[in-house]
Design a protein around this ligand. Structure first.
Ligand SMILES: Nc1nc2c([nH]c(=O)n2[C@H]2C[C@H](O)[C@@H](COP(=O)(O)OP(=O)(O)OP(=O)(O)O)O2)c(=O)[nH]1
Length: 126
């Protein structure tokens, strides 16, 4: 299973989103995104998910790393992105939070996201 995630950056801050479900993941923080549908290009899935979850239009900028393992059956692919239309609203999340580079570890990231956040913190992404 391929999951795509958006590192949405605005004014030097990264958008983080708090999951509402399933129960064992609720409260954890992630990058907006979701599962790629069968036959759907990854980038299209990510733009679609950002629209469904946040009511924004995004433009993808560049890939962050390669395939990040989430489990034995799932991997995460991440792109940086900028908002081209709208203000993010938490339509499917408990909360949204914009993080400065100094605040990147202030939220409790899902375990699979932690190496991605480390790469974002070390690279010239935010
Ligand atoms: N969107 C997202 N999902 C992540 C991240 N990190 C991580 O472990 N996951 C996991 C949580 C879920 O098990 C899976 C993504 O599924 P999802 O529930 O967000 O996907 P979806 O929007 O297509 O959901 P659904 O229609 O199947 O309910 O990947 C992340 O940064 N972003």
């Amino acid at each position: 299973m391929v999951v795509v995630g958006a590192a949405i950056v605005s004014d030097g801050r990264l958008l983080s989103a708090q999951r509402a479900e399933p129960p064992h993941m609720a409260g954890g923080w992630e990058l907006p995104g979701g599962k790629v549908d069968p036959g759907e290009p990854d980038e299209d899935a990510l733009v679609r998910e950002c629209h469904e979850e946040l009511a924004i239009k995004v433009r993808l900028i560049r890939r962050v790393g390669g395939d990040w393992p989430l489990s034995e059956r799932a991997l995460l692919r991440v792109w940086t992105a900028e908002i081209t239309e709208g203000e993010p609203r938490p339509l499917e999340h408990l909360a949204l939070r914009w993080l400065t580079p100094q605040e990147l570890y202030d939220v409790d990231w899902l375990p699979g996201d932690r190496p991605v956040i480390a790469a974002l913190a070390q690279g010239d992404y935010i």
